[in-house]
Design a protein around this ligand. Structure first.
Ligand SMILES: [Zn+2]
Length: 140
């Protein structure tokens, strides 16, 4: 109790200069409490508050690609997220080379190029019609 009286905040002369201390407090008060009020709600909103960012789960979710067929199909591209008809490029696989090899071994060398010309011997690779990203391949 007595220590508080020791502080210089308490004017030692109550009747000497009544104007100086109140004017200083009035000019100082508006700034001090406002800054304190600003800090308090910010802290409370950050800490236990409900606003937690949730869309992280949605961001990583990639749209599933439906089973791809031998023909162009409507696919949601996981790369550009556009729903587009897929472009198909027939690419020869080891099965294609094997068929050509068998043709040669059987003696049908002239027919060895047939597997490379027949789409049924190749894989159908699907590419995005918008960004040309590889979507998947269909093999028989
Ligand atoms: Zn795309």
């Amino acid at each position: 109790m007595e220590k508080r009286n020791m502080y210089p905040e308490m004017p030692p002369l109550p009747g000497g200069m009544p104007d100086a201390p109140p004017s200083y407090n009035q000019s100082f008060n508006p700034s001090a409490p406002s800054s304190a009020d600003m800090a308090a709600p910010m802290m409370s909103s950050y800490g236990p508050g409900g606003p937690r960012p949730q869309p992280i789960m949605v961001q990583t979710m990639a749209p599933p690609i439906p089973p791809l067929g031998p023909r162009p199909c409507l696919v949601v591209c996981p790369s550009c997220r556009e729903q587009k008809m897929s472009n198909i490029r027939m690419e020869s696989t080891t099965k294609t080379h094997l068929a050509a090899l068998i043709m040669c071994l059987v003696g049908l060398c002239c027919c060895a190029c047939i597997p490379y010309c027949v789409d049924s011997c190749k894989n159908a690779n699907h590419y995005c019609g918008n960004c040309d990203a590889y979507l998947g391949s269909y093999s028989k």
